[in-house]
Design a binder for this molecule. Structure first.
Ligand code: HMG
Ligand code: MG
Length: 297
């Protein structure tokens, strides 16, 4: 049986756009419950400016309370050297730098052009790798941009390759506003696969138009075996207005089980976590599965 890895991004991507701020205790409880479902990678927070994304304040407290040396990876987002210093001090063993294939989105999201961002990431990646810390890379707006519309696939390939050249072991390709369909996702992936192997790529789909599961199926067809997802379908980017949540982890796990892939995830436990975080946020889970199976605990 082939394996597919799910990178749980709920505690970061899922919570970064929520109006109701959650305490570090609730975030930690969420992460601990997720860790009990069989997930092997859980994005635990972001070392970004709290003025830009107040929801991620407290990420140091959260990360410092986790066992970052065990079997489960707890990557955190890092935009610059200052964020890296704080992440290392909190015990990070894996970080993620995040760029974009769209100039406008790069400016709005991290206040830098694509070229400037790659310069920043070069320093961050070198220092992280020297400290024995793994570095993942994100490319946002791989199909469309909230400010520029359609993004040419070759631009995605260029940024993905640049991040790989900086030492990122994996590049996560983000359909930030969820506009992709299997055809446009395939076209984008074909361009990226011309410069990087499928084994170095991950798919990161938001479900704004309900296409995320179909897009994952399309990405599986061209060899991708790592997907980001967010429990209860939480998520969105504060700098991508209209972008809805990430594809729900439980929906992805259900798809993958049905397609015959091993994920190591206990679906019943995962649905329980979806209801836990939905209750904490005061809204129902966005996934199909949480409603189909109902409350488990
Ligand atoms: P800037 O304003 O250009 O930064 O922001 P600066 O270097 O000029 O510093 C300004 C102030 O920010 C200073 O504080 C710095 O100390 C502070 P002041 O002197 O004014 O008090 N500062 C920091 N504080 C804490 N941690 C730091 C840090 N750096 C500077 N690391 C910056 C530039 C990159 C910091 C800012 O734009 C930022 O934090 N952006 C993050 C935006 C973000 O988190 N977006 C969401 C994540 S991306 C995403 O969701 C997409 C993804 O899911 C994939 C997909 O879906 O496509 C990954
Ligand atoms: Mg995202």
């Amino acid at each position: 049986m082939q394996s597919v890895k799910i990178v749980e991004v709920g505690p970061r991507d899922g919570l970064q756009n929520e109006k109701r701020p959650l305490s570090a205790e609730i975030k930690l409880e969420l992460i601990r419950r997720l860790a009990g479902t069989g997930l092997s990678a859980i994005e635990a927070g972001a070392f970004v400016s709290p003025k830009w994304v107040p929801q991620m304040a407290g990420s140091a407290e959260v990360l410092a309370a986790l066992d970052t040396t065990g079997a489960i990876a707890y990557p955190v987002l890092v935009p610059n050297d200052m964020g890296l210093d704080a992440a290392l001090a909190a015990g990070a063993r894996e970080i993620a730098v995040f760029g974009a294939a769209s100039e406008s989105f790069s400016q709005k999201n991290i206040n830098a052009s694509i070229a400037e961002s790659l310069q920043r990431f070069a320093s961050v990646a070198r220092r992280a790798l020297d400290a024995g810390v793994k570095v993942r890379g994100y490319v946002s707006c791989v199909v469309g941009c909230p400010y520029e519309g359609r993004i040419a696939p070759h631009k995605v390939a260029d940024v993905a390759k640049a991040l790989a050249d900086l030492g990122c072991y994996e590049i996560s390709l983000g359909d930030t506003i969820g506009v992709g369909t299997p055809a446009s996702v395939r076209e984008m992936l074909d361009a990226v696969l011309d410069v990087l192997p499928a084994g170095q790529l991950a798919g990161h789909f938001h479900d704004t138009y309900g296409m995320a599961v179909a897009n994952i199926r399309a990405a599986l067809d061209v060899g991708l075996r790592v997907f980001d997802a967010s429990v209860a379908g939480l998520g969105g980017c504060p700098y991508a207005r209209g972008a809805s949540g990430n594809v729900a982890t439980e929906d992805v796990a259900y798809l993958l089980a049905g397609e015959g892939y091993h994920t190591g995830i206990d679906l019943t436990k995962l649905v329980d976590v979806a209801w836990f975080i939905a209750d904490a946020l005061g809204k129902p889970p966005a996934s199909k599965l949480a409603h189909a199976l109902g409350r488990q605990g």
